[in-house]
Write a protein that binds this ligand. Sequence first.
Ligand SMILES: NC(=O)c1ccc[n+]([C@@H]2O[C@H](COP(=O)([O-])OP(=O)(O)OC[C@H]3O[C@@H](n4cnc5c(N)ncnc54)[C@H](O)[C@@H]3O)[C@@H](O)[C@H]2O)c1
Length: 316
Amino acid sequence: MKTLVTGGAGFIGSHIVDRLMNDGYSVIVVDDLSSGHLENVKPWLVDSKFRFVKCDLKEPTGWAEYFEGVDVVFHYAANPEVRVSVAEPRVHFDGNLQATFNVLEACRLFKVPLLLFASTSTVYGDAMQIPTLEDYTPLKPISVYGAIKLACETLISTYSRLYGLKSLMLRYANVVGPRMRHGVVVDFVGKLKVDPRRLEILGDGSQRKSYLYVEDAVEATLKALDYLMASDGSIEVFNVGSEDWISVREIADIVVEAMGLRGVEYVYKPATSDGKGWLGDVKYMLLDISRLKKATDWRPRLKSREAVWKTVESIL
Ligand SMILES: NC(=O)c1ccc[n+]([C@@H]2O[C@H](COP(=O)([O-])OP(=O)(O)OC[C@H]3O[C@@H](n4cnc5c(N)ncnc54)[C@H](O)[C@@H]3O)[C@@H](O)[C@H]2O)c1
């Protein structure tokens, strides 16, 4: 199979690339290196089955020809920073929605049969039902990032209905692991390296979310692809997460313990009256993953705590 991974030099994308290459697929990565790094795919640069294309998907031309003959597109390129989307919405509109439209046009032009899309739990907003099912309504994202991902989902499913592109949206929880460069774990480790006696925590520390180790996320993605290839295309969305959740305060404790520190003073910095870390922060997130478990034999191997612990170790 010939595969194409947008954002393949990024955190999750590069782990998908590793898996595809190890499984014998041929892989084209299209990435503008805005947040990704060539180093993440370095082992494959000399492999004849691998090709790296440095291109900005916001630009409608100059890269679409690489979609010719591709069997499956993994669309993972995006700016993943929720906070950026609230402060500078246009960055996300251009980078995530416009780029997705351009990717869909390339798929249409070259009749790509299959597409997997990296969506997000943030499409649910502050859900009233936890764990949250894929069918949960109303979908009310509280960040521009979540709103635009939801718009991308809608556009992709319409292209599927119109042009026969079989697609699947994977709504990931927080994915953590080696090569990640943003998010709470990276933030805590970085701060404690600078000052091992004091840790500033965004929010009141009671935010509680689900964390999925990147190897589990990749395994789920490949199982979802198998499902998509065999399916009639009627299921369009899968939640992908671990089955438990932990609080930000617990994450701080894990990081402190893993770094061998003691007596660290926690300084809480809530951005909203209900204790969120920033505007657009979903305070409680746990996904119901029974749909994916029923459709495939995928099960997350690590719980949130183990996933965070292993991530801290890899950063250190
Ligand atoms: N990390 C998470 O917890 C998480 C959770 C849910 C969904 N996601 C989604 O998964 C995908 C990957 O996230 P990540 O955490 O690996 O982020 P990342 O920043 O490490 O990877 C994104 C990649 O896309 C590339 N990119 C961005 N804009 C581009 C453009 N216009 N043209 C070409 N390349 C571009 C970047 O250079 C980078 O390599 C994103 O779509 C993100 O929204 C991530």
